[in-house]
Design a protein around this ligand. Sequence first.
Ligand code: ADP
Ligand code: MG
Length: 584
Amino acid sequence: MSATTGDVRTRLPAWRLLVSHSLPHRGRLLAGSGLNLVGTVAGLAQPLVAKQVIDSIGAGGMSWSPVLALVGLVLLGALCAAWGTYLLERVAASVVRRARGNLITRIMRLRVDAMDRPGDLISRVTSDTTLLSGAASQALVEPLSGALMLVGGITLMALLDLPLLAVTAGILVLILGVVGLAMPRISHAQQGVQRSVGEITTALERALGAFRTVKASGMEDVETSRLGDAVDQAWRHTVGAAKWAALARVSSGLSIQVAFLTVLGAGAARVASGDLSVSSLVAFLLYLFNLGQPIATLVQGATELQVGLAAVRRMREVEDLPVEAAERPAATVEKPVYRQATAAFQKVSFGYGEEPVLREVSFTVAGGEVTAIVGASGTGKTTLFSLLERFYEPSSGIVTLDGRDVRQWPLAELRRQIGYVEQDAPVLAGTLRENLCYAARAVSEQELADALTRTRLTEFVANLPDGLETRIGHRGTTLSGGQRQRIAIARALLRRPRILLMDEATSQLDAANELALRETMTAVAKTTTVVMIAHRLSTVMGADRIVVLEGGRVRAGGTHEELLATDGFYRELVGSQLLSARRT
Ligand code: ADP
Ligand code: MG
């Protein structure tokens, strides 16, 4: 089986991937950060204007213009900050939307066998994408304004008084050291948190997906503790990240306070000696106090970037999962000549892993006939259908529909020809009508009623509280296995397929329903080719042709009478439980 892996994006480094998420929103991103920048500059100018106000009061005359300028600056700063914040939040939401959309598109293209841990995939779509929001918006641009504010603040402080700045510098270096120490640890812990969230979803999905089995086996406590372990793990990682984040934040806050007190003392001495004016000291202290914010922004931004990078790495893992083979080029299909499709296997070999499952299987399904496939469980019957649907591709040999290699069909076109009733036909959460009309085009009420009659569902539907609008599946009416099978058959029929694949689709029906369904199949076979994997002699006997599978090989083929006469293994099957003549 050939694995088709992701495109070039797979090989992009994580930070490039992160940036690529924000690029489509660069207009708003720039506008948002521009506004924040204006707000920042307005903030930077405030202490200077405040100094003028103080100076003018000190000079004895109160001048109104610096006061008005100060009010204007405060208002401008607030307005820009609000608008800028809105724009950046909006970009963040858009990044999440796009990332979710991309992931969902990707997931829908995955090959069927990539779906062994749906819970983990779900957590990547719902939880990891939200972590991208901060990193791909604020965290990309706000540190810029933070850095500007830091550099601007320090420059202005240098202009105000160099000796006081020297006192401050040592403390600032200390902060940067702590932050540098904390960042990689936060990133590591965050990746752990996300991994644990994935584990929780997986464990939940496992236990809830088999809820009745869990209960019947009395395994509630075991499952609870298994989930508890995953929850504890997430807690440990979160606490680990919180410890370092708190250390980084508190140490920066504390350092600012220490610097503030030191500068206050040293500054007072310089004011007393006449080297510094009171207004300059006040302005310096205001700048120092304001340094807290850009430093916090930088710390926050760096943390969010780490979180976002962790999320991007996990989202990228989805791209490493196998997707369905791309369409072969120049695949156009002419309108089929016959209503009933033909199908053929020509020396088809296939294995899911090293072990071969099908070995050089050859047989043809004639248009309009009913073909039955029989064989012990695990011999590869369901696998034959998977190859015809092109869920997998054979390792050698070809599978054809209407004489054309299934790989030469456009995938959607191929599957449109085929009605597939799965072995354990699932229902989709929703109404019965939605289930029946799933993927069918323009179904009339008459056709719907007809399909219900054919699958002996009319009475069942009439007895439902809301008829066809009754909710089934998730949080809806519970159905029996036989009812699910008949719904699945009706759904397949309503798509008007040219070939109908039924995988043990009557195994759970009672004798009366099975007999009725057999009549339906005879009628269906007039317009549709039918291939059925069957376990009942009664079903098999009515087939035009029977294919006997043993150990992944076609052992014999023919009508019931022919096989009885020529094939010992078939005779054995008929005599055994495998092709049971008993009606259960
Ligand atoms: P049947 O329908 O005749 O009971 P299947 O076609 O389902 O048999 O399976 C044939 C063999 O392939 C079995 O041994 C089964 O364990 C294996 N198999 C089926 N599906 C998968 C899968 N998705 N991955 C790996 N092995 C599989
Ligand atoms: Mg099977």
